[in-house]
Design a protein around this ligand. Structure first.
Ligand code: LMR
Length: 348
């Protein structure tokens, strides 16, 4: 685990110890079953609800299931993790409030979702800010970027536990998009993020913020022309079945902040929290090592379906995207912070 993250978790542990685990008695969502005597380890089962919006066969869906299995094993059944995929419990619009209210104890929203609380997090939405997955991971591990962004969450009784990868976003549409001018007038779905809107405005498209769970039917009904997403999100939502073109643009990154309620986490018995951290670390390693594989395998499945033409960009075409989209950086230096943008650029 990264040094700054270990320090944060150690500090959180100390707070928990000093609080004598008293916060457990305040847990509503992280509910316990059976009788308890406050501050002592008991046989009660601790229920952790984990809400997310994607399908189970995506990197995040598989990671959530893996975390459940490891957490239950390492805590010898003291913890039961209930995973709710496909926006069954909460959408990205309301999940952070649900974590703050301890109605769910774990969520892994895309970093774009966190921008509602802290615009600095839109750093991750900037087009072409990261070279590759290793570059993103270096950013998350750096105290100047990951450390700073995760520390902010604590003001809101949230605790960032890990960063999970999905991958780079591609562009799907009913029109072939090769050059920036091909975007003109296209109505494209984006996650709720000012940077993502600006990115598409910069190439003449009409960005339309929309919840993830609504995208497929909006595409099917022609309410929108296309959007941007990772291959696993495109495949698992069957977007390729209702889109004629998929441009391998790799223009932006989509990853997740694994977030819990700070009072809940700090109030867990020490041994339980240590076991959950072990489960989470192993899951995080798995996602890092496997998210690209899952996305690549699902690209093959998209190709096999034969419903979508895959467009590969030439170096010149790609450069035209970079030139058009990175013009927005200057407009976001204030909100994101020039220091954060420069720190990310310095990782190239
Ligand atoms: C999206 O809304 O497109 C993504 O945030 C969904 C996800 O969680 O990967």
């Amino acid at each position: 685990m990264k040094k700054w993250l270990m320090m944060m978790l150690a500090a959180a542990l100390m707070i928990g110890v000093l609080a004598g685990c008293g916060a457990r008695s305040q847990q509503s969502g992280g509910s316990t079953e059976g009788s308890s005597s406050e501050g002592q380890a008991t046989d009660e089962k601790i229920i952790i609800k984990f809400s997310h919006v994607v399908a189970e066969n995506t990197p995040k869906g598989q990671a959530a299931q893996m975390f459940k299995e490891l957490a239950e094993e390492y805590t010898n059944g003291k913890v039961e993790v209930q995973v709710f995929p496909n926006s069954q419990l909460y959408t990205d619009e309301d999940v952070l409030a649900a974590v703050q209210q301890n109605n769910v104890q774990l969520a892994a929203p895309s970093t774009s979702v966190v921008t509602k609380l802290y615009p600095q997090w839109t750093l991750f939405d900037l087009p072409f800010i990261f070279k590759d997955e290793a570059n993103v991971q270096a950013a998350m591990e750096s105290p100047e970027i990951g450390g700073k962004l995760f520390t902010m969450l604590e003001e809101q009784n949230l605790l960032g536990l890990a960063m999970w990868d999905n991958g780079f976003k591609q562009t799907h549409s009913n029109k072939a998009v090769r050059m920036p001018e091909d975007f003109k007038g296209q109505k494209l779905r984006v996650m709720s993020s000012k940077v993502l809107e600006a990115q598409f405005h910069a190439v003449g498209a009409n960005p339309t913020p929309m919840a993830f769970g609504e995208v497929y039917s909006a595409l099917e009904q022609g309410v929108i022309d296309g959007g941007e997403n990772t291959l696993s999100n495109v495949y698992s939502q069957k977007m390729h079945e209702v889109q004629k073109y998929l441009t391998m643009s790799n223009h932006g990154y989509l990853g997740y902040a694994v977030i819990t309620n700070a009072d809940f986490w700090n109030g867990l018995p020490e041994d339980v929290r240590a076991s959950l951290e072990k489960a989470l670390n192993e899951t995080t390693t798995w996602v890092r090592e496997n998210s690209a594989r899952v996305n690549n395998e699902q690209l093959e499945l998209i190709k096999q379906a034969g419903t979508t033409e895959i467009i590969e960009l030439t170096e010149e075409e790609k450069q035209a995207w970079v030139d058009a989209m990175t013009t927005i950086y200057a407009d976001f230096e204030g909100e994101i912070g020039k220091d954060l943008i420069d720190a990310a650029k310095a990782l190239w």
